[in-house]
Every structure is written in C-alpha cells, then in structure tokens.
Design a protein around this ligand. Structure first.
Ligand SMILES: [Zn+2]
Length: 263
C-alpha cells in the first residue's frame, strides 16, 4: 500500500526554517532534508522522495535561496526517501552528487535494496554518483568542512556527517546518524534480501564510533528522531544526541537478543 507521503505529499509540507548559523531545515513532516549556506554556494543533505521534490524546492526558495546555487548534494544513504529526489534536483541545478561508496551498487545492481518496494512504488530515479564518499573524507565548500564517517548497517554505505555551525559568534558541532533504522536488519529483511547478519555487528560498531562524537546540534534524517518540528524542543543540546545514540543501542541489542551469537 502506497503511503500517504507518496500519494498526498502536500499534506506533509512544512514551513522551512533556520536551525542555527547557515543550517536550514527544508524537509517535510516525514523525512528531513538540510540545506547549508556555505557563503560560496549551497550544500543539500538528502533530497526526500521523488513525490516531495516540489516541496523541497519551494522550501529552498521560500528561505530566499535559488536552488541553482546548490553545488553539492550529499546523501545519508541510498534509500528511496533520502535519494528519491536526487535525479530531479541534480538535473535542475547541475550539482555534484555524493553517495557512500558502499551504497553505489544499490543504485546500479540491487534496486531491491532501495526501500522503494516497501513504499509500494517503483524506483525510476537512478542518478549518476559524481563522488563516492569514504570514511574520513572531508567535503569542503565556502566556510564549511563536513567530516564523513562511514556508519554501515542500515545500508552498507550509510554515511554520517559532522560539521561546525557558527551561531551568535559561538561555534557548535552539528551531526547526524546516516543510517539509524533497524528495519533493514530484521531476520525477515536480511533473509529475504540475502544480506549478511554481520550488518548488525557493523551497525553496533558504528554506534560505538558515534557515541564518542560530541554533537551540540543533532540533525535527524527523519524529523521524528530529533523532534525538530516540535517547537519546544531545544536545538542546541549535546544531551539529545547522547541519549539518542544510547537509546538506539539499547533498542538494537534488545531486538537482536539471542541472535547476536549467530552472526
Ligand atoms: Zn533507510
């Protein structure tokens, strides 16, 4: 059954807003997209669904930016809800596309892993990846340098991004988990798609790396993760990130209890 976000995307429209410094929310109620104004062009992180691209472009314009100023399109991972709009946005803007090196095969060889069929749709928006992203890469534009951390598990090439944001003269670190979903790590999913159980171990290892990161501004890849659309939620608070990663680890270990030794 096709979900409402793909059938009635306008119902999920959100007024775009500035989070801190040059960082803006341009996503919808279902899935996040973030825009960074680097002072020398824009960086977009995730392009949402193909059906919501028009909302994304409108959000960018409402903030006073021209989508054609987007120079780089980054992705958390190669799933329909995060890269579905990339073909359209890159064609419009000529922006360079970035994707985790280990997710590129999904676009080219394993479209069953794109999470499109789970949404009841067919993926017809394959795009060319200009820059494969590896662990430790730094993506720089204008005043922004984005650290790329490989966090495989949810998909093999999920990438988490970390960068500084200056708000009211103070420097804060913004950060995200590029693939926190446990839904592609269930017994059913792994066997149906012939994916290794080892992905669970990779997922937990990645959480260990992320736990050590200091993040003042937690960016969700879905707004429900950091409750960014709930106005009373503080934007700058390292506790939110720490709690999120800790809770995710507890949730994952509980879900896989008894099956970890069979990895
Ligand atoms: Zn996903």
């Amino acid at each position: 059954m096709i979900p409402d976000i793909c059938r009635y995307p306008w119902r999920f429209a959100v007024k775009p807003f500035r989070i801190a410094g040059g960082l803006y929310y341009v996503g919808n109620r279902s899935v996040s997209s973030h825009l960074i104004d680097t002072g020398d062009g824009l960086i977009l992180i995730d392009t949402t669904f193909p059906q919501t691209v028009y909302l994304l472009l409108e959000s960018i314009r409402v903030l006073g930016f021209d989508p054609r100023e987007i120079k780089y399109i980054l992705h958390s991972h190669a799933h329909y809800d995060h890269c579905g709009g990339t073909k359209a946005v890159s064609a419009l803007t000529g922006a360079k596309t970035y994707l985790g090196r280990d997710d590129i095969f999904i676009l080219n060889e394993r479209q069953d892993l794109l999470w499109a069929q789970e949404y009841g749709v067919e993926f017809t928006e394959t795009f060319h990846v200009d820059v494969p992203v590896s662990d430790g890469d730094i993506i720089s534009l204008g005043n922004t340098a984005i650290e790329c951390v490989a966090t495989p598990g949810h998909t093999p090439g999920a990438i988490s991004y970390f960068f500084d944001v200056i708000e009211a003269g103070k420097k804060y670190t913004a950060g995200m988990h590029g693939g926190p979903g446990l839904n592609s790590l269930t017994d059913e999913y792994l066997s149906e798609h012939n994916m290794p159980r080892k992905n669970r171990e990779l997922f937990l290892n990645a959480l260990g790396i992320l736990k050590a990161k200091h993040v003042d501004i937690f960016i969700g890849i879905h707004p429900v993760q950091n409750k960014i659309l709930e106005k009373e939620n503080p934007v700058i608070d390292p506790g939110i990130w720490d709690n999120y990663i800790k809770n995710l680890e507890t949730k994952a270990r509980k879900a896989w209890q008894g099956s970890m030794q069979r990895l």
